[in-house]
Design a protein around this ligand. Structure first.
Ligand SMILES: Nc1ncnc2c1ncn2[C@@H]1O[C@H](COP(=O)(O)OP(=O)(O)OP(=O)(O)O)[C@@H](O)[C@H]1O
Length: 327
């Protein structure tokens, strides 16, 4: 592998545009882009966390595109989508005759990613045995295809992602702690869509233009009340859900303006706005702001304190300690 050209990685971000295919300029996304700028120049493993549909794969792609490895392949593997008994040969390859049905040599995803980036999505779904094999690959930097006797060195950057809480998986004995520490070198957390201010509107506009063209419809804009509805909704399925809502609205309706009624957003999923409902001209003690933010995060995570701590980027012990202080 060539030495890492940090300056060339950074130049991808110099124009302050969101990296890769990201849309959104909210404060939380700007913080993310800033981290990605620093991370792209390194070869250290990245561990991406975030709710389903927040853009974890988009993030992995952006890191690859902004790295010195961008001319080499980006290989994405969904660990949950491949049956456990096929995963080893898919990941590490096999030789002809290694098992019934192995009619020719086949290189695995790891070899295909040589020189580039290997993205392991839904890493929490890997079986225990496969986790050991992945750990061995990370320790040795070499793969042994099924049926082979010698190893082949592979140079690829590892990025993995999960929407599960890794601490919980380890606690439940479903994920190896030693593998976790190998992978969890640089953590990246994607904020949920409901915490990205007006990004939802910018993304919706871009999707409206794209889907209207694909569906050969005349839609050109969102009505002001449709925009307000998008802002009020809590988006449990994040950007993927927004894509589905807009696609469905555009397919099922006609016109040039997409209205609130056409979106059919469930009223039961309105945002909990305890903090933002507070009269913003009335100051209050800082501890109350902090308390509200913490309680809101815990409530959004269905009472799961470690997950709320990950969202707030603090240790779970910090939340437990602070909550004891308020009681
Ligand atoms: N900030 C964004 N701007 C524009 N499109 C986005 C953004 N974030 C996500 N998307 C789009 O939303 C969809 C879901 O994104 P992606 O597959 O990266 O999410 P994910 O977090 O990996 O989901 P899962 O946890 O289900 O694997 C994709 O079509 C992606 O292009």
């Amino acid at each position: 592998m060539q030495p890492m050209y940090l300056s060339s990685a950074i130049s991808q971000f110099e124009n302050e545009q969101p990296p890769g295919k990201f849309i959104g300029t909210s404060a939380s996304m700007k913080r993310l882009y800033q981290s990605l700028r620093l991370i792209a120049g390194s070869d250290a493993p990245v561990f991406i966390m975030g709710e389903s549909g927040t853009g974890k794969e988009l993030c992995a792609e952006a890191l690859h595109k902004c790295s010195a490895r961008r001319q080499a392949p980006f290989v994405a593997v969904n660990c949950a989508a491949i049956p456990a008994d096929l995963l080893e040969t898919q990941l590490f390859g096999h030789l002809k005759g290694a098992f019934t049905g192995a009619l020719c040599d086949q290189q695995g995803y790891a070899v295909a990613a040589h020189g580039g980036t290997l993205f392991l999505d839904e890493i929490g779904e890997l079986g225990w045995e496969m986790q050991s094999k992945l750990l061995r690959f990370l320790q040795t930097g070499a793969v042994v295809p099924v049926g082979a006797t010698s190893a082949r060195s592979i140079d690829c950057r590892i990025i993995c992602a999960t929407n599960a809480n890794p601490a919980e998986l380890i606690e439940q004995g479903r994920f190896r702690e030693d593998l976790y520490y190998r992978l969890h070198v640089i953590p990246v957390t994607l904020p949920p869509l409901r915490d990205r201010d007006r990004d939802v509107i910018d993304i919706a506009h871009a999707l409206l233009v794209r889907f209207a063209e694909e569906e050969r419809k005349a839609f050109q804009r969102l009505s002001p009340t449709a925009e307000q509805a998008l802002l009020r909704y809590s988006w449990p399925g994040n950007v993927r859900e927004l894509e589905n809502v807009l696609r469905r609205a555009i397919v099922m309706h006609d016109g040039d303006t997409l209205t609130e009624a056409m979106l059919h957003l469930p009223v039961a999923m309105l945002k909990i706005q305890a903090v933002s409902r507070r009269n913003s001209t009335t100051s209050c003690p800082l501890w109350m702001v902090e308390r509200d933010a913490i309680e809101q995060a815990i409530s959004e995570c269905g009472g799961n304190v470690p997950r709320a701590a990950a969202l707030l980027e603090v240790a779970p012990s910090t939340l437990y300690r602070k909550r004891l202080g308020w009681k």
